[in-house]
Design a protein around this ligand. Structure first.
Ligand SMILES: COc1cccc(Cn2ccc3ccc(-c4cc(N)[nH]n4)cc32)c1
Length: 251
């Protein structure tokens, strides 16, 4: 796997968590290449200006297209198998596990994922437009949820972690990827327990201590369906077997 992830930001320190834990270990072992770049390194003025006032008026400032263009032309690698420019924004398509899998497959194939982390009121819209017009770059404007952050860095951390953990050699036990929520099962995670068997008068469900793996599997699936129905019925509809979906269509 010789793909890579690059992140351009005016707050490189925000991406320090990528030096830690599993992603940090994968980077130090050469399993994954991640580059963090300071956008101000591509400014040409003594004040290292990256923003300006918005055309059409309104509060706040907008990030300049010229600085972003100079930076991204440098960061986007012609030698990569592919180039995907991810622009975090509240106005983006929703980030999902399916998108994480798509991006992970690109990185596995030697592709580059480049994040442009905006601040202020966002990045001049022509930056996304320019790179979307290039036939060697794919642009994804992505939201990590229906809430407003102050910039794209947290979204880049979220997306990078969700993608990196799918890459070969990053997490110790790939089997756990199969069993996870939003994974192939499409249901929420069942509740998990460990020792002690009783804690503050609360007992671990007896079935989990029975050693009967058939019963355990049935219990876990039932808890996952129950939890999904209660907390995320939208996922359950997607997960329902075809006959149930047909029945709903008939109703
Ligand atoms: C662009 O429109 C905006 C409107 C109000 C504030 C901001 C602040 N802001 C700047 C850059 C930026 C990048 C991503 C996000 C973001 C993503 C998600 N899921 N929530 N918030 C927010 C960002 C932007």
């Amino acid at each position: 796997m010789n793909g890579r992830i690059d992140i351009v930001t005016i707050f490189p320190g925000y991406l320090a968590p990528l030096d830690l834990s599993l992603v940090g270990k994968a980077r130090s072992e050469g399993v994954l290449d991640v580059g963090v770049h300071d956008l101000r390194d591509w400014t040409a003025d003594r004040h290292r200006t990256v923003d300006d006032t918005p055309f059409g008026g309104g509060a706040g400032m907008v990030m300049r297209p010229d600085v972003w263009g100079t930076a991204l032309d440098d960061v986007l690698l012609t030698e990569a198998d592919s180039r995907t420019l991810v622009l975090p924004t509240p106005a983006g398509e929703r980030f999902t596990q399916a998108m994480a899998e798509e991006l992970a497959l690109l990185v596995c194939a030697g592709g580059q994922i480049a994040f442009a982390c905006g601040r202020y009121e966002g990045i001049d819209a022509r930056v996304a437009e320019h790179y979307a017009n290039r036939d060697d770059v794919t642009v994804r404007e992505v939201s990590i949820g229906d809430y407003v952050l102050n910039g794209g860095e947290v979204a880049a951390l979220v997306i990078t972690e969700a993608v990196a953990r799918l890459l070969p050699g990053v997490i110790g036990n790939p089997q756990s990827l199969v069993e996870e929520s939003h994974g192939s099962a499409g249901l929420l995670e069942y509740p998990v327990y460990t020792k002690p068997p009783t804690w503050r008068d609360l007992d671990v469900p007896e079935v989990l201590r029975s050693g009967d793996h058939g019963r355990i599997g049935t219990w876990r699936r039932a808890r996952a369906v129950e939890r999904t129905a209660r907390r995320r019925p939208d996922l359950l509809a997607r997960h329902a077997p075809p006959r149930v979906r047909e029945a709903k269509a008939i109703d």
